[in-house]
Design a binder for this molecule. Structure first.
Ligand code: GLU
Length: 363
C-alpha cells in the first residue's frame, strides 16, 4: 500500500471524540488509534492534535453552581485531559506504540526562543518514534490569549514540524458550496490556493457542540496552512477507515482538499505569518508601499510608507500592518521602536522599519 505522505499532522475535533451526551466516544478513539498505528507502521510520521479534554471533563464532573465559566473550563480540562490521554496511551500501547502528551499555549508561539524550544521537543519525540499528542493547555490558558480552537493550533503545529499535510477531522465531509443540509448542496472536492475565495465556500454548519471551532475557522486556517506549502484535507472523522482511504494513493475519497502553494515562505516568515494575534504595535501604510510590498520582488517597509502609527512598539516587537481602509495586510518584526520612526522619516537614508526577511504579507 502506498501513502500520499511521509509526515502528517492530524487534528481530531471534539465532535469526533465525544458522544452527544458529552462522554468520550471510546470506540471512535480506538478506531482512529488503529488507523494511526497502521500508518505509523507503514512509515508515515504522525503528530496528533486532539481536542476532547473539556468535553471529557464535563462528562465526569458537575462543578458547584457558583463556579464561573473560566474556572469551569479549567476544572473540566484538568480532569478531562487525564482521561483523554490515558485512553490514547492504553490503545496505542496495545499496538506497541509509544505516545506522549504535549500541552501548549498560544504564548509559547509568540516568542521565537519558546517556539524553537517547542520545535526541538517535537523533533526529539519524532526521532525516537514517539507519537506526540498535542492539546492546548486549557487549564492555564488565559481566556483572551487562547487559540480560536484546535484548528488554529494544528495549523501552527503542522507548520512548525514541517508536515507535508494537515488532516482536519470533523463530523462533516468537508466544505460545501452552500449549507450542506440544503438541497443541491455539493461538496467542494478541491480548493486551489490561488483561486481561494472565502465568501463563496463558507458554510457554518457542522459547528461542533463541544468544540470551539466551526467551518469558518477551518477555512481560514486551511488557507493559511496551504499558503505555507502544506496540503490540507478536511474530512469526516466518523467515517470508517477515513485516514487509510484518504491517504491511499490509489483511492479517491470524498472530502475537501486544499492544494498547497507552490512557493511557500521561509521558516521565519511562516512563524511571523502565524503571529498576527501576538502583535504588539500597529502601523498604517500608504497605497504605494502596499503595492510594493505585495509585489513579487523583495521589498522592505520603509518609514516613508507609514502614514500613521496606530499603536506604539519597541524594537523587536511584532507589528501589524494595515492599509488605509483598516484591513490587516501583513505582519513583521520592527527593527526599531515607534519613537524612532519620526526621525528616520526625515532623514535621507531610511533604514527599513521591517526588513523583507522578517515581513509577511497576506496575499
Ligand atoms: N482544547 C479543547 C479541548 O481539548 C478543544 C478546543 C477546540 O474546540 O478545538 O477540549
Amino acid at each position: 500500500m502506498q501513502f500520499r505522505y511521509k509526515k502528517i499532522t492530524i487534528k481530531i475535533g471534539s465532535n469526533v471524540l465525544t458522544k452527544p451526551d458529552g462522554t468520550l466516544n471510546v470506540s471512535h478513539i480506538a478506531h482512529l488509534v488503529d488507523q494511526i498505528t497502521f500508518l505509523h507502521k507503514h512509515g508515515v510520521e504522525v503528530v496528533l492534535v486532539s481536542s476532547g479534554a473539556v468535553a471529557a471533563g464535563r462528562a465526569i464532573f458537575e462543578p458547584a453552581k457558583k463556579t464561573d465559566a473560566v474556572s469551569q473550563r479549567q476544572l473540566w480540562a484538568a480532569l478531562g485531559q487525564v482521561k483523554l490521554i490515558s485512553r490514547y496511551s492504553n490503545f496505542f500501547s496495545e499496538h506497541g506504540l509509544v505516545c506522549a502528551q504535549v500541552l501548549t499555549t498560544k504564548e509559547n508561539f509568540s516568542d521565537r526562543t519558546h517556539y524553537l524550544n517547542m520545535k526541538n521537543c517535537f523533533n526529539t519525540l519524532l526521532e525516537n518514534r514517539v507519537l506526540p499528542i498535542v492539546n492546548e493547555n486549557d487549564t492555564i490558558s488565559v481566556t483572551e490569549l487562547m487559540f480560536t480552537d484546535n484548528d488554529e493550533l494544528s495549523g501552527l503545529i503542522a507548520s512548525m514540524v514541517n508536515s507535508e499535510a494537515l488532516i482536519i477531522l470533523s463530523n462533516v465531509n468537508g466544505v460545501y458550496n452552500i449549507h450542506p443540509q440544503k438541497e443541491n448542496a455539493e461538496l467542494i472536492r478541491k480548493i486551489d490556493f490561488d483561486d481561494f475565495e472565502n465568501g463563496n465556500v463558507v458554510t457554518t454548519s457542522g459547528q461542533s457542540t463541544f468544540g470551539r471551532g466551526g467551518m469558518h475557522t477551518k477555512l481560514r486556517i486551511a488557507r493559511k496552512v496551504a499558503g505555507d506549502g502544506i496540503g490540507v484535507h478536511i474530512a469526516n472523522g466518523t467515517v470508517e477507515n477515513v485516514l487509510i482511504h484518504l491517504l491511499d494513493l490509489e483511492k479517491e475519497f470524498q472530502h475537501t482538499y486544499f492544494v498547497p502553494n507552490k512557493k511557500p515562505s521561509s521558516g521565519i516568515k511562516k512563524w511571523i505569518g502565524y503571529s498576527e494575534s501576538f502583535t504588539k504595535g500597529q502601523v498604517m501604510i500608504n497605497q504605494g508601499a502596499l503595492k510594493a510590498l505585495v509585489s513579487d520582488t523583495a521589498v522592505s517597509l520603509l518609514p516613508v510608507g507609514v502614514v500613521e502609527i496606530i499603536s506604539e512598539f519597541k524594537k523587536g516587537d511584532l507589528i501589524k500592518i494595515i492599509d488605509e481602509t483598516g484591513n490587516v495586510v501583513g505582519v513583521g518584526k520592527a527593527q526599531y521602536s515607534s519613537d524612532k520612526i519620526k526621525s528616520d522619516t526625515n532623514s535621507k537614508k531610511q533604514r527599513p522599519l521591517i526588513h523583507y526577511d522578517y515581513l509577511y504579507m497576506e496575499k
